[in-house]
Each structure stands twice: as C-alpha cells, then as structure tokens.
Ligand binder design. Structure first.
Ligand code: AMP
Length: 462
C-alpha cells in the first residue's frame, strides 16, 4: 500500500465538489479543482525531468497555486523544498547548491501556464512511509540553516494526531493567515485541514482588516503569538464568537497575552510546541486546563523526556535527519533514537511541559549559567516594558556578560537595573540595558538573538 501523503488526502476527500479554499476576493477552489490542478502541475513537472526522490525548490508568494504545487510535488513522488520569501538571491543560491533541485520555481503563473496543457488524471506516485516528502530549511536563528528531511510518514502521522487532538471535522473552516514556506502554515495548517476534509479561508498574508472581516465565518484560527498581540488592538468578543479554537505556536505566547485574549474574547488560546525537525510535539488539551505559559502534554505517539535540562523527543513525527549532513544528524540524536531539540524545558507535577529557552541562548557569565528567559520574565513585569530579549555578549572578565535589550517607554537603564536587583542574584543582573524601538523578529515571531548578539558583540570591547 502506498504511504504517499497525497494518497491520504485523496482518500479522505469524500466530497470532491466541496470547497477547499476561498481567497479574500471570494474566489472558490473545490477539492476537485485543486486535485486537478495538482495533477496537471505534476505531469508538467515530470515532463521537465522530475522523478521520484528529486527535489523541487520554490520561492514564491503565498497563493493557491503554491498549494497546488506542493500537492503536485507530493503526487509526483518528488521532494518539496519551500524557502522563505525573505531570503536574498545569494541566500537562495546556498539552498540551491545544498538541495540540488531538478527544478526551481519562482514564477507560479508561468509554471501554471505550462501545466494547463496537460489533462488531469488520477495518478499518484506510490511512496513508502520512509520516503522523503519535503526538505524544510530551519530558520537559522541560532546558526546556519540546515535542511530537515521530512518523510511521508512523519507528515501523515503528525497531521492525524493533530486532527484528533484538536477535534478537526469536515465542518471546520480554518482562517489561514500564516506563511506557507514554514512547517506551521504548510503542514500543521494545510495537512490537518486535508485530513479532516475541512475548509480554509486563505489569506495571502496576515492582514488585520481581512482577518477580522473573515473571522465570523471561521471556526479555527492558527497563529504565531504576534497575530494575537496585534489582533488584541482591535478584536471584540463578537468578532471571535464563531471560533471554536484559537491555536498559537512557533514562539512563546506570553501568559499575559493569553490572559488578555481570554478577557477580551472569552477564549483560552491553545498553545502547542513543535519545530521544523519534529513537526508538533506537544499541545495543551482541547478539554481541560490550557495552562498559560505552558505548551501542554506530549501528543499521542510522541515520547518526551528532559536530559540535562534539554527536551528530547522520539516518535513517528521526528525527521529523518539533516540533508547531506550525516555527522550533524548523528550529533543531535541519542543512540536510543531520541532527538535533542535544543529547547530547555521542564515538566511540572501535572505533566505540563514548559519551555525555558534555547540551550544555545544560555548565557555563561563568570562560569555561572544564566537562563535568559528567567530574566526576560522579570523584565516584562516592569511597568512600561513592552518587549525584551536577554543575550550574552563577549566580556573580558566574565566570558559573557548579560545584556538586556528592551522595548519600553518612560524608563532608564538605571530604573530597570534597580528594579531587577531585588530578588535576582547579582550574576544574573544585566550589565547593560539597551533600549530599542523593536526587537528583530522573523516572520514566525521568533526573536533573532543571533542578530542581537552580532549587533552588540563589541559592547564591552572598548
Ligand atoms: P521552527 O523550526 O522555525 O519551527 O522553530 C522551532 C522552535 O520554535 C522550537 O525549537 C522552539 O524553540 C520554538 N517554539 C515553537 N513553539 C513554541 C512555543 N509554543 N513556545 C516556545 N517556543 C516555541
């Protein structure tokens, strides 16, 4: 039996004429239409040399054609390699040299012009569970991007788990405002919808007006924390009344945002945790307490443990390794198959998992470990602080010195340091507090600490 993920999409699609996607302009695409487009594109890709196992790299704006291309590559047995639209030519050149795709797609309209000549058929290339479906480059906020190899089995098992734990059904309508070059918008969102035979209101990008306009027609929204922070500027209880589930992930959702959202809309945001390499690992419960500041419990089939303070996971969701980098892969797996996520975490007495930051962001000052999240949480409690990031920068005496980068109004460096001095050991206190207008964040809302470390690299070198 074929384990091609696309086969699963087709098997689940009982009513082909049902709508799959609607654009903000009101154009409707049925399952049948998208499947036909995917078939035409698949045939065109094959005619251009795509054979099973070969890669197709795409860098293009989010659109319906992009989704059809993703399905087409699966259909043809190829390996889908989406790259972030923010990457420059030079950066993309690296991905091309690394992934060695048979085809690079940048212009979806031209791709579609070529594909239109083909007559849709039903063919789907048989694939095994362990065959690659996609390579996703990691966001590289702690180092150079690496290609995570994801199999048909990885993606299918995760989408099935999410469909169950989040109770997706054919009645659901997902409000889709996420980018789709990333695991969140591409796999978590689209694969789960496909397996539930649900529908999507498909926005080219996050747009506050469009999100609010379409929300009354949706039943589920998935977002990164900044979606929630931004929507809080305007959202009312009525706007959110039709939604049964708000999901957040890809970066930490502040407990404060969770509480503000609950107060405003009446909804408890469900926070989950995953990464490119592992798909989703944990989720707060659908029924039961969604604990602010926690990422919930391991998903069914996912084993999770903490070793030396770091979260390790094992299960059918965990990727096959880094493309072309067997040593790197070996270094990040334990002998018993657990993957070392690099996220520091803890599990509380009730079994809820808490993320305490990336191990690579750990600051070692004067030989003592400083966990940035602990300091960040304290700084965020200070009145007038809107956002902050704590980093380590080179220091002659201490090795690394703790530096706080803060977004806030009406505060001085001394105010922050004075307020932190109570209840925080001296070695954890920032040696400097720097005020900025905004923290550098990527499209998935993650603070780019590598950028901050570079910026303040010689702060103490004078
Ligand atoms: P990416 O591979 O781009 O999806 O990034 C994965 C990383 O995002 C994880 O290793 C975590 O550090 C972080 N992350 C994802 N979800 C959460 C969450 N709910 N809370 C805190 N960090 C998260």
């Amino acid at each position: 039996m074929s384990a091609n993920l696309f086969q699963l999409f087709v098997d689940e699609a009982k009513i082909r004429e049902k709508m799959l996607m609607e654009t903000p302009e009101g154009e409707i695409f049925s399952y049948a239409r998208i499947f036909a487009m995917a078939s035409q594109i698949a045939q065109s890709l094959k005619a251009q040399g795509l054979v099973p196992g070969e890669r197709v790299l795409v860098q293009a704006e989010k659109s319906v054609l992009y989704v059809a291309l993703y399905f087409a590559v699966l259909r043809a047995g190829g390996v889908f390699v989406p790259v972030n639209t923010a990457y420059t030519q030079a950066e993309v050149a690296y991905f091309i040299s690394d992934a060695r795709p048979v085809l690079v797609v940048r212009d979806l309209e031209t791709m579609w012009e070529k594909a239109k000549a083909f007559t849709p058929d039903e063919s789907i290339m048989p694939r095994a569970r362990d065959d690659l479906a996609a390579i996703l480059y990691t966001s590289g906020t702690t180092g150079r991007s690496k290609g995570a190899m994801l199999t048909h089995g990885n993606l299918a098992s995760n989408a099935l788990a999410l469909k169950d734990v989040w109770r997706f059904t054919a009645d659901d309508v997902l409000l889709h405002g996420l980018p789709i070059y990333h695991t969140h918008g591409l796999f978590v969102a689209i694969n789960t919808v496909m397996l539930a035979q649900a529908q999507m209101l498909f926005l080219p990008k996050f747009d506050m007006g469009q999100m609010l306009r379409l929300m009354p027609r949706a039943s589920v929204m998935m977002g990164v924390p900044t979606f929630y922070v931004r929507l809080l500027e305007k959202i009312t209880r009525e706007d959110a009344a039709h939604i049964r589930l708000f999901i957040s992930g890809s970066a930490p959702l502040l407990a404060e945002t969770h509480r503000a959202w609950k107060e405003r809309t009446g909804h408890d945001i469900l926070e989950r945790y995953g990464m490119t390499e592992t798909n989703m690992n944990t989720s707060n419960p659908y029924e039961g307490l969604r604990l602010p500041g926690s990422v919930g419990f391991p998903l069914p089939g996912v084993e999770l443990r903490i070793r030396e303070g770091v979260i390790e996971v094992r299960g059918p969701n965990v990727f096959k390794g880094y493309w072309g980098a067997p040593e790197k892969t070996a270094a990040e797996f334990r002998e018993d198959g657990f993957f070392i996520t690099g996220d520091m975490g803890s599990v509380d007495a009730q079994g809820y998992v808490h993320i305490l930051g990336r191990s690579k962001d750990l600051v070692i000052s004067g030989g003592l470990n400083v966990y940035p999240k602990e300091i960040e949480d304290r700084i965020l409690e200070i009145e007038g602080v809107a956002d902050c990031a704590v980093i380590g920068v080179p220091h002659r005496d201490f090795g690394e010195a703790v530096v706080a980068v803060v977004v806030g109004a009406g505060l001085t460096e001394a105010d922050v340091i004075t307020q932190l001095s109570e209840g925080l050991a001296k070695f954890k206190q920032p040696k400097r507090v720097i005020f900025v207008d905004d923290l550098p964040r990527n499209a998935m809302a993650k603070v780019q600490k590598n950028v901050l470390r570079q910026t303040y690299d010689d702060l103490f070198s004078a």
